[in-house]
Design a protein. Sequence first.
Length: 301
Amino acid sequence: MKKYNLSHLRELESESIFIMREVASQFEHPALLFSGGKDSIVMVHLAVKAFWPAKIPFPLVHIDTGHNFAETIKFRDDLVKETGARLIVGSVQETIDSGKVAEETGFDASRNLLQTQTLLDTLEEHKVDAALGGGRRDEEKARAKERFFSHRDEFGQWDPKNQRPELWNIFNGKKNMGEHFRVFPLSNWTEMDVWQYIYLESIKIPNLYFTHERAVFKRDGAWLADAPFMKKRDTEEVVVKNVRCRTIGDITNTGVTLSTANTLEDIIQEIAATRVTERGDRADDKRSESAMEDRKKEGYF
């Protein structure tokens, strides 16, 4: 692999660790939101570094849609055993069964939006006052508006026009009863930074990120993984392709990429050459021009 100048990664690493330590010192019940994707995996790796030799001082929170890739769940459980972290799982299926949300129907049905209620209920149940997330500003225009410390009101809502200044790395974590913060230590990282850091630190990642054979079908210009709960139109033919994931979420809206990248070096070269963003094939982002921002205002990740 080409020898990259990776000194900036140590600066990003130091910044992220500083923010994690700030969260641990300012809040009583912080937690790390864990999706099983590369960004949250890097977050766990950074947390281990930040508090070594002690264990991570806050739990991992995973919102299980019930429509996850099986590889994601296995990787999550293996990582929890390896790090000794405490795991909290919020179930979207239980939220549906309780009648708080209604299952979507139709060909484009997804549980992605339903995660918001489950997340807010889980944070409230465990009195989480700071939820660390792996969002990055380069991912999507709504996420570009986020500060490191992102205030949420008592309903879990975000007001992008009313954010606190963050001058000279001074973070204001003061809040009223019932409010909480979302904190994004990877805000200044890019997708390329994440992959180069994974390579630099030899971080384990799910095999979903490497090229593998999978049954897929094409919808609205994007390849989607086939699954028993995916309702398909008569014109949508299931075929087997060599694909990989650039981002991992609910199967119903996670587009896969045709690829031959079998190593981290291959992935880095592929990312360097692509002109499509990593969320370019995420069906949930295409529901409207402001889909992500609307979801975030309501309490989404």
